[in-house]
Write a protein that binds this ligand. Structure first.
Ligand code: NAX
Ligand code: K
Length: 504
């Protein structure tokens, strides 16, 4: 699914009004209806509803919603500044609201007299996409007051004070929503760690903007949706054999960190690698042969990796638990300089690279690197915030011709062509040592199975998150382990297969 800037969303709205021959007022009514249905499906009509309306079309949505909720049987109070000039659609909906005797319309100041009520809903229709500067003065103080009020807080389209497209100033005043009912598509600020928490749980309201617009206006920023995954996924054909599914080598482990090699190898096996090898130090021999009997062992040294010899036809993933000793560093750099095929690089492989950026030039084109925030900083330097980090990653991915997987709550995949894919699967239960090792194994296995580097990266990151979601469902976010995630890969493939067979 595309992510559009506020500017592009306005253009999309205009396009829809022209193509579908509907009015802005009708579109606003549709938006308000979606929100009314969402609220009435979840809350009893005994809940008091307070709606706060600014002066733009976000307020128009608020006025229309007030009318619809009142007609559904809720007790609704509207707070606004009626001395302000409303937009045309907001004014029309304001007038319609006034005609309904059941709705009390008051000035913002009247809100201060209200008794606190836990059993109430506060709806923020102050500012939406049209926010064009930081909120200050009286409105800022008012939003602070709303944030302190008990009860459920719902933002329409965006929490007031949050810009759709980017970062905020640190002291910005923003409505703290429990739920955000956002129209048509996610906005960029809903996907970054500094800004997304203001939205609470996000629900997309499908207001049926005309989809032809997306074909004519492809975006550089996208979220990974089920349709994209189903298009990438290649179900297995009969008569295939183990050679069809590639040969993966995981270069991993050192004394005390053989577990990292076990996790990466198991993940590669469970992600469908045809033949799997693990190149690890000899101290891991028995552990690996016992825990991963399906994988073949290649010795890379005694207690750490000192030598990496791999045949050209193999797909190689390097990094988990290898450490950064000088012997391992030399072995890794020697191997890197002779590598031609795309590699998957994580953890200590990235830490070794970060020591000397001169070595970046040896990373084969189309390789995949999977840094978390700290590893990214070590490689490419600090940025002020995650928005700037994405931009820097776009620059580096293009310069180096590689795929960068920026691990985060919504992990981003950045392609060498500058496109960003935000992943929506996964959960905080995966913030545990070993999750990254599993991801490296999955990515290596998919690359070995002939998924293109871009498809392997998108699919792998999605699979990893989805398996993590299945594991959290079974064991809880607290107790789930990376091995549980790996064991759930099978259930994710089963679900994908089922969907594929239903579609054909
Ligand atoms: N684009 C679409 O497809 C649709 C948009 N709709 C609604 O329309 C909204 C956008 O409406 P508008 O463009 O009228 O924008 P807003 O309703 O966000 O309000 C913008 C107004 O607030 C003022 N303003 C901006 N920042 C301010 C600040 N910091 N302090 C004080 N005043 C400030 C602006 O000067 C402008 O007058 C969306 O968020 C959504 O809720 C919906 O009705 C459905 C369809
Ligand atoms: K809002």
């Amino acid at each position: 699914m595309n992510i559009f800037s506020a500017q592009k969303i306005y253009e999309w709205e205009k396009f829809t009004l022209q193509q579908d021959k509907i009015s802005a007022l009708q579109l606003m009514e549709k938006a308000a209806k979606c929100c009314c249905t969402w609220i009435s499906d979840r809350f009893q009509t005994s809940t008091e509803i307070y709606i706060f309306c600014g002066s733009g079309n976000n307020a128009g949505d608020g006025f229309a919603l007030a009318r619809l909720l009142c007609q559904t049987g809720f007790n609704v109070k509207v707070f606004t500044d009626s001395s302000k000039k409303f937009t045309e659609e907001a004014e029309l909906n304001f007038q319609r609201c006034k005609e309904i005797s059941g709705i009390e319309i008051q000035d913002f100041s009247a809100f201060k007299q209200l008794k606190n009520s836990e059993n109430s809903i506060i709806i923020d229709a102050l500012f939406g996409l049209g926010l064009n500067r930081k909120i200050e003065g009286e409105i800022a103080a008012f939003i602070d007051l709303l944030n302190d009020f008990p009860g459920t807080k719902i933002a329409l389209d965006l929490p007031s004070g949050l810009f759709a497209d980017g970062n905020q100033e640190e002291d910005a005043v923003i409505f703290q929503a429990d739920y955000t009912l956002t129209f048509q598509l996610l906005k960029k600020s809903m996907l970054h760690s500094e800004t997304a928490p203001f939205c609470g749980e996000i629900h997309i309201m499908d207001i049926e903007l005309n989809r032809e617009f997306c074909q004519e206006n492809p975006s550089d920023e996208n979220t990974i949706d089920d349709r994209l995954i189903q298009n990438i996924y290649k179900p297995r054909k009969n008569f295939s054999h183990k050679g069809t599914f590639g040969k993966s080598v995981l270069v991993a482990g050192s004394f005390g960190k053989i577990g990292a090699a076990v996790l990466a190898t198991k993940a590669a096996l469970k992600a469908g690698s045809g033949l799997t090898f693990v190149l690890a130090p000899k101290c891991g021999y028995e552990i690996l042969q016992t825990t991963c009997p399906e994988a073949m062992f290649i010795s890379g040294g005694e207690n750490e990796i000192e030598n990496i010899k791999v045949e050209d036809e193999y797909t190689v993933g390097i990094g988990p638990g290898i450490g950064t000793s000088s012997a391992t560093e030399q072995a890794f750099l020697k191997f890197l300089k002779t590598s031609k095929k795309p590699l998957v690089l994580d953890a200590d492989a990235l830490n070794i690279l970060a020591k000397n950026p001169e070595n970046f030039q040896f990373i084969p084109k189309d390789s995949i690197i999977t840094p978390h925030r700290k590893e990214f900083e070590r490689l490419f330097g600090k940025t002020q915030n995650s928005f700037e980090r994405t931009v820097l990653a776009q620059k580096k991915a293009a310069e180096m011709g590689i795929f960068i997987v920026l691990k985060d709550h919504h992990t981003q995949i950045i392609t060498p062509f500058g496109t960003v894919f935000y992943n929506l699967t996964g959960n905080p239960g995966m913030a545990k040592g070993g999750s990254g090792d599993a991801l490296l194994g999955i990515l290596t296995a998919l690359l070995a199975q002939n998924y293109s580097p871009q498809n392997a990266t998108i699919f792998g990151v999605w699979l990893h998150g989805k398996a993590g979601d299945f594991a959290a469902e079974k064991f809880s976010q607290e107790a789930m382990l990376p091995s549980d995630l790996i064991n759930e890969l099978g259930n994710v493939f089963k679900a994908l297969n089922k969907k594929s067979s239903q579609e054909t």
